[in-house]
Design a binder for this molecule. Structure first.
Ligand SMILES: NC(=O)c1ccc[n+]([C@@H]2O[C@H](COP(=O)([O-])OP(=O)(O)OC[C@H]3O[C@@H](n4cnc5c(N)ncnc54)[C@H](OP(=O)(O)O)[C@@H]3O)[C@@H](O)[C@H]2O)c1
Length: 448
C-alpha cells in the first residue's frame, strides 16, 4: 500500500497562531510596493500561519524619511533610515528589497546574502543589470534569492519557468509586459485617441510616470525581457543585450491600417533560443509588432499584461494578469516571502538553474514577418519595380494591396518571415527608388 508523505510544515487546521514559528522580516523600502506588502501581510498573516505554521513578522523597515506619516499599518518603531542596520540585524531572518534602482539595493542584497539571509526582490532594473552577480552570491551562500515580482508583478512567470517547466524545451517567451504602453495602444485602437492624448490620460490615471521614457521607449519591457530570457534559457542576458524600440512613433494611421488588416499593435518583449547543438544563441528584443486578432496576445487590453510561452512538448501557454501596481506586486512578493520562509525553516533553498553559456543573436539575424506601407507614384510598372527589390533581397511577399489613386496611391505589403538585415536592406533600396515617394510605415508582424 502507498502512503502519502506529509507536506513541508503544513498541518492545515492544526496550527493556531500561538503555535506558529516566527520568521522575522526586514523590509528595505516602504513605498508603493513595500507599503502594500505590509498591508497585505497584516490582512493575510493569520491565514498564512494556519496554512504554513509560520508567522511572518515585519521587525524593521528602511526608508529615506522616518518622519513621514505612513498610516496605521506601519509601526513607527520599526522604521529606520539606516538600511544596512536592517540587513545586519539579528532581528531579521529574511530581507525584502523594494527600494528599486541599482545602488544601494545591490550592495544591501549582497550584504544580506553574505550573512546567510534569504532575499526577496521586485527590482527588475537591478536583476536585469546585475542578476548574474546576485544569483552567484545566493548560490554561494546557499540561500534563496526570489524575484517573481520583478518579471511581471502579479503574473506568475518566474516560478513556472524555474519549476513547472524545468523539464520543458522552451523555444520562445513573448509577452506584453508593460501596462502603460498597452493602455496607450488600447486607447488608440479602441477610441481613436492620438498618442499624446492617450499618454496624457495614462499619466492622469497614474499608469505612466511624469517622465514616461522608461515605459514608452521600451526600457522597462527590456529589463523584464532580460530577466525572462535568463530564467527561461538559463542564459546570462543583461538589459544591454536587449534590442529595443518603443511606441512613441506609432500613429493613429498605423493602428487603423493594422486593425483593417486584422491585427492589433502591441509592444512585445520576445526572448527566443536557437540551439543547433554546437552553438547556443539567445535573441532578445522589444518592439511594437502587429499581432493577428486570432492570437491570444491580441486580446490583452488596457493595462493588463500577459506572457505567452512556447514549449516543444507543452505547446503554447499564456499567463495573464496585472503586471504592475502596489497590491498585485505585493502579492507576488508575499508568495516569494512565504516560499523563502518555508525553505529557511526547512533548511533548504532554491537554486537558480543555469543552462550554460549562450551568445546573443543580434537583431539583424532575427526573423519576423513585416508589414511595409509605401507611398508610390501612380504609374505603370511601379508594382514590379517595387516587388523586384523585395525579391532581390530574398524577402518573399505574402500579400500585397494597392490603395488610393494619384498622389494618394499606396502599396501595402505583408512579407513572409525574413531576416531583419534583409528587410532593412530592402527598405534602404526602396527609399532610393524614384517611384517610391514616401514610406508611411513598416512594422514587424509576429504570431501569424
Ligand atoms: N510600483 C510597481 O507597480 C512595481 C511593479 C513591479 C516591480 N516594482 C519594483 O518594486 C521596487 C519598488 O518600487 P516602488 O514603486 O514601491 O518604489 P517607491 O514607491 O519609490 O518606494 C521606494 C521606497 O524605498 C525607500 N528608499 C529609497 N531609497 C532608500 C535608501 N537609500 N534607503 C532606505 N530606503 C530607501 C523609499 O523611502 P521613502 O518612502 O522615505 O521615500 C520608499 O519607501 C522597484 O524595484 C520597482 O521596479 C514596482
Amino acid at each position: 500500500m502507498r502512503t502519502c508523505s506529509s507536506p513541508t510544515l503544513v498541518s492545515l487546521s492544526a496550527v493556531t497562531d500561538s503555535q506558529a514559528k516566527q520568521v522575522k522580516v526586514g523590509l528595505l523600502g516602504c513605498g508603493i510596493v513595500g507599503g502594500s506588502l505590509v498591508e497585505l501581510l497584516n490582512e493575510r498573516s493569520a491565514a498564512i500561519a494556519r496554512s504554513t505554521g509560520l508567522e511572518l513578522i515585519v521587525t524593521k523597515i528602511a526608508v529615506r524619511s522616518t518622519s513621514r506619516d505612513r498610516g496605521e499599518s506601519i509601526d513607527p518603531a520599526t522604521l529606520t533610515s539606516d538600511a544596512r542596520s536592517v540587513v545586519t540585524s539579528d532581528d531579521v531572518d529574511i530581507v525584502v528589497e523594494v527600494i528599486g534602482g541599482i545602488e544601494p539595493a545591490r550592495e544591501l542584497i549582497l550584504a544580506a546574502l553574505e550573512t546567510g539571509k534569504p532575499v526577496i526582490t521586485a527590482n527588475k532594473e537591478l536583476l536585469a543589470n546585475c542578476g548574474a552577480e546576485l544569483y552567484a552570491a545566493a548560490e554561494k551562500a546557499g540561500v534563496d534569492l526570489l524575484f517573481e515580482a520583478a518579471a511581471a508583478a502579479a503574473i506568475p512567470i518566474v516560478r513556472p519557468l524555474r519549476e513547472s517547466l524545468l523539464g520543458e524545451d522552451i523555444t520562445r517567451v513573448m509577452g506584453i509586459v508593460n501596462g502603460t504602453t498597452n493602455f496607450i495602444l488600447t486607447k488608440m485602437a479602441e477610441e481613436g485617441a492620438a498618442y499624446a492624448d492617450a499618454l496624457a490620460e495614462a499619466q492622469e490615471l497614474g499608469y505612466a510616470e511624469r517622465d514616461p521614457t522608461a515605459d514608452v521607449e521600451g526600457f522597462d519591457a527590456g529589463a523584464k525581457a532580460a530577466i525572462m530570457a535568463s530564467i527561461a534559457f538559463g542564459a546570462r542576458v543583461v538589459a544591454g543585450d536587449v534590442y529595443h524600440e518603443g511606441i512613441s512613433e506609432i500613429t493613429q494611421a498605423d493602428i487603423a491600417f493594422a486593425n483593417r488588416l486584422g491585427y492589433q499593435i502591441k509592444l512585445l518583449a520576445i526572448a527566443e533560443v536557437f540551439d543547433d547543438g554546437a552553438d547556443r544563441q539567445v535573441g532578445v528584443r522589444v518592439h511594437p509588432a502587429m499581432v493577428p486578432n486570432s492570437h491570444p496576445l491580441a486580446s490583452v487590453r488596457g493595462s493588463f499584461n500577459a506572457v505567452f510561452v512556447e514549449g516543444a512538448a507543452a505547446g503554447e501557454m499564456m499567463f495573464y494578469g496585472r503586471g504592475a501596481g502596489g497590491a498585485p506586486t505585493a502579492s507576488a512578493v508575499l508568495g516569494d516571502l512565504i516560499d523563502a520562509a518555508i525553505n529557511l525553516t526547512g533548511g533548504t533553498f532554491r537554486s537558480v538553474p543555469s543552462g550554460g553559456d549562450a551568445s546573443i543573436r543580434p537583431i539583424d539575424e532575427l526573423l519576423s514577418a513585416y508589414y511595409v506601407n509605401l507611398e508610390v507614384a501612380d504609374s505603370p510598372g511601379v508594382l514590379s519595380e517595387v516587388s523586384g527589390v523585395f525579391g532581390a533581397h530574398g524577402v518573399s511577399i505574402r500579400s500585397m494591396e494597392q490603395e488610393g489613386l494619384g498622389p494618394e496611391a499606396r502599396l501595402v505589403f505583408v512579407t513572409h518571415e525574413a531576416r531583419e538585415a534583409d528587410l532593412q536592406a530592402t527598405l534602404h533600396e526602396l527609399r532610393k527608388l524614384e517611384v517610391v515617394t514616401g514610406m508611411r510605415s513598416f512594422m514587424r508582424v509576429i504570431g501569424d
